[in-house]
Design a protein around this ligand. Sequence first.
Ligand code: FE2
Ligand code: FE2
Length: 250
Amino acid sequence: METKISEIADGIYRLSTYVPDIAPPAGFTFNQFLVLGDEPLMFHTGLRRMFSLNLAALRRIIPPERLRWIAFGHFEADECGAMNEWLAVAPHATPAHGHTGCMVSLSDFADRAPRELHDGELIELGGKRVRFIDTPHTPHGWDAGVLHEETTATLMCGDLFTQLGDGCAPREGDVVGPAIAAEDLFRYSSLNPGMGATIRGLSRLAPRTLALMHGPAFSGDGAAALNALADDYDRRVSGEMRALLAGEAA
Ligand SMILES: [Fe+2]
Ligand SMILES: [Fe+2]
């Protein structure tokens, strides 16, 4: 395996590792995002077993000691499994996550006290600024949230829009169809009645780049893509509800 680096927006780098053995023949990517600034931030830590790959990739951009923030979308091995390994090589870095995640997991798991972010809270990185937005249970995880970098309108959307394959970044085109196909395959989302509204709410950010954790970065009309994804989840949730009610009536 190798970790490829690409700049997906001004000063935002994607560190991408392709694993052909997951969902073959298409395979699957795991992506971390480095946001440069006076206080560089990394979104996602990657799996522990990928730490050495990701560390070597990051060193090609900045020394790890410069990292000041380590953030992620929800508490899961690919999102934050290597957090403590990163904290060990980045002595000035602070983990940052939403209130729920800090309360439930990071207060115990993190080797360094986290900064607890409230919904809509901003971290000034110096030259860049990121806003944390709570998206509970969307696509999964009580503690789920996304990070929006405002100077470049880049939405680091975690597992939203997950798709298969080893695409280059960034690219235009259809980001919704492949996400629907991956949801059909993996069933990875916690379908819930508020899901469509949560995703539709993100469209108000009008992102120009969607930084997918699994898949190529998307460049284009992020609001339209988010609204279309929200529509698909509304359809799924109402379909599940209809099936449930039909089962009860039978
Ligand atoms: Fe996840
Ligand atoms: Fe993930």
